[in-house]
Design a protein around this ligand. Structure first.
Ligand code: GGG
Length: 348
């Protein structure tokens, strides 16, 4: 198969982990006789530095022309520490999602047996936890009207029925293909937008008679994913809740560096780690490349290359079992490996 892949490395640790993601794709191409053609484009802080725009038109075109986007991360403390900054790297991320119509962010959460002890949670609660969070990605507070002056600031949490219906359809379809259990996470006791989510979900339930649907407030869900993770199969939630909840789930996997994602919607699908750009680690060869590599596996699986995806997953699990691990998950008292060494081990 020939795939044109737009490669957006972004900021911080982005280029280092992307290098390993591409190396693994190259190894797969060689082994299975595929042709992957990479088209690099700029985004985030270094696109602001280069052209004053975190998601320039040239990058948008590269993404639109490609079959898939492999993205790493954006973010730079220069902008976080400047409340007056007119443009920020994260705006590149939002523009990318909005312009490509990527409304469904699929974030799988599953334990690796050999890392269970790394979690602050109890072993017997975690073993076998395996669920997917479907995060709505182009609505809610992230995109609602905003205002900020010296005395007052607001963000508007807005959702239209059609936005809710299309993300719920993705979630119900996922649940049908999995263990047929959907949990709709909201804050319907307080937020009007959540009440509309709940209303629409209840209306749609009858179209999915095989799926058991339940409803949970975000505060309760935040606790239950940690105390009872095996309860969940598919979680669907709005943009901001989904962002927060899936950082929390790194306590289940053992590291933020292990969580890949796929963003799907109207145009080119995009695959990226859940984590951000970790600027403090940039250039130190300590970032975990596995979320990027697993995002590449999700990319291949999206195109039906399931054996290839499985081969990557097998190598990732084997690397962890062999203790070839970056510092945040290294074996106590043992050595840790660099970003490039982990990537090379998986390639080999
Ligand atoms: N790879 C994801 C990334 O770059 N995250 C940085 C960030 O600002 N994330 C906010 C979000 O995902 O909504």
């Amino acid at each position: 198969m020939k795939l044109n892949i737009a490669v957006l490395s972004g900021d911080g640790i982005g280029p280092e982990i992307m290098k390993q993601g591409v190396a693994v794709l190259d190894a797969i191409a060689k082994k299975y006789n595929h042709e992957f053609v990479y088209h690099e484009a700029i985004t985030g802080a270094h696109a602001i530095d280069a052209v004053g725009d975190p998601f320039p038109d040239s990058t948008f075109k590269t993404c639109m022309d490609a079959d898939a986007v492999l993205f790493a991360a954006v973010g730079d403390p220069r902008f976080d520490n400047d409340p007056t900054a007119k443009v920020r790297p994260e705006q590149g991320l939002l523009a990318m999602r909005k312009k490509l119509g990527l409304f469904a962010n699929v974030r799988p959460v599953a334990t690796f047996d050999c890392l269970i002890h790394k979690s602050p949670l109890k072993d017997e609660l975690l073993r076998g936890a395996d669920f997917v969070v479907i995060r709505e990605l182009t609505g809610g507070m992230y995109f609602g009207e905003k205002h900020q002056d010296n005395d007052v600031a607001w963000d508007t949490d807005i959702y239209h029925r059609n936005e809710i219906e299309r993300i719920l359809k993705v979630a119900f379809d996922f649940a049908e293909r999995r263990k047929k259990h959907l949990t709709v996470v909201d804050k319907a006791n307080v937020l009007a937008s959540s009440r509309l989510w709940r209303q629409v979900a209840k209306e749609m339930e009858s179209q999915y008679p095989d799926v058991t649907t339940d409803y949970m407030f975000i505060d309760n869900a935040s606790m239950r994913v940690l105390t009872e993770p095996r309860f969940f199969d598919v979680i669907v939630t709005e943009n901001t809740f989904g962002d927060i909840l899936t950082d929390e789930t790194s306590c289940i996997t053992g590291s933020m560096g292990l969580q890949p994602s796929a963003s799907l919607g109207e145009h080119t699908p995009l695959f990226e780690p859940v984590h951000g750009s970790w600027p403090q680690a940039a250039g130190k060869n300590i970032a975990n490349p596995l979320a990027q590599i697993l995002s590449a596996a999700m990319l291949l699986e999206h195109f039906g290359l399931n054996d290839e995806g499985a081969k990557i997953r097998e190598a990732v699990s084997a690397s962890l079992d062999a203790n070839v691990r970056t510092p945040e998950i290294q074996v106590e008292g043992g050595n840790h490996y660099g970003t490039d060494e982990v990537g090379q081990w998986i390639v080999d």
